[in-house]
Design a protein around this ligand. Structure first.
Ligand SMILES: Nc1ncnc2c1ncn2[C@@H]1O[C@H](COP(=O)(O)OP(=O)(O)OP(=O)(O)O)[C@@H](O)[C@H]1O
Ligand SMILES: [Mg+2]
Length: 241
């Protein structure tokens, strides 16, 4: 159960440090908007780290993260994440999906089985049910990872560069799936290096640079009238140091 009046994501005084170096520092971030929030920024800026902290895969050195008004440890709200590098079990495609139901002996109902088949078909893996997941191509692994994250119909979905190794047609298909999921009420946080993709998907956008949020705006302001010089230069494709 989640409180609809609370911000979807609220972060206060967040720090992630390693070997005495601050890798991520977010004084305050509030995401209220429905739809798709896109995160952009150069390599090593801290985008994946921020998503992993929101997902609870990494633990912060300090600070708080609340989702729908609840701490991330609270199981009443649900979030799932598509990792930049998918982690798959040494099992078949189908078994990797059925594990999402957290049952013993892979026992799942006929309707759950149908749901798995439907989602795999939607991502284009309908004919690969019994294929070993480890032998899938890079793009197919990303599709399976996305399919796994969609099956729980999460309230928040964190997606880290899901189309980085995917061909243009399939990229459009994945974007369609993400947009459909957003229309179903899932709040999507989407990391991409593809500025055109960011513009196609975003209702609002965030720029991260050197572990800090330098801009957070609605999509029109972000792309047409960015406030920070960094965002202006980044969107213009200028070399940044
Ligand atoms: N668990 C960790 N422990 C120590 N350092 C980490 C950890 N996770 C990430 N880092 C470091 O934090 C920085 C930001 O990493 P992150 O993966 O968030 O970058 P990114 O913005 O996602 O970059 P890219 O666009 O290349 O995916 C990098 O310097 C990385 O080496
Ligand atoms: Mg990353």
């Amino acid at each position: 159960m989640t409180n609809k009046k609370e911000p979807k994501i609220e972060i206060k005084d967040l720090k992630f440090c390693h070997n005495g170096k601050v890798l991520l520092c977010v004084d305050y971030l509030r995401i209220d908007s429905p739809g798709i929030t896109v995160i952009v920024g150069p390599n090593g800026a801290g985008k994946s780290l921020l998503l992993k902290l929101i997902q609870g895969i990494e633990l912060p050195s300090a600070g708080q993260i609340r989702l729908n008004g609840l701490p991330i440890s609270d199981k009443r709200q649900s979030q799932s994440m598509v990792l930049q590098t998918p982690i798959l079990m040494r099992l078949s495609v189908y078994q990797n999906m059925s594990m999402c139901f957290e049952r013993k002996n892979f026992f799942i109902s006929a309707s759950e089985k149908q749901k798995i088949i439907d989602i795999l078909s939607r991502v284009g893996l309908g004919k690969k049910l019994s294929a070993p997941a480890k032998l899938l191509s890079g793009g197919e692994k990303q599709k399976l990872s996305l399919a796994r994250s969609l099956i729980s119909n999460p309230s928040i979905l964190l997606v880290d560069e899901p189309t980085s190794t995917i061909d243009p047609n399939t990229t459009m298909l994945i974007e369609g799936l993400i947009k459909d999921q957003s229309k179903k009420g899932t709040k999507i946080i989407f990391v991409t290096h593809d500025i055109n993709q960011a513009f196609r998907l975003a209702s609002d956008a965030i720029m991260i640079y050197q572990g800090k949020i330098v801009e957070q705006e609605n999509v029109i302001s972000f792309f047409e009238n960015p406030k920070s010089d960094f965002t202006k230069n980044y969107l213009a494709g200028k070399l940044l140091v």
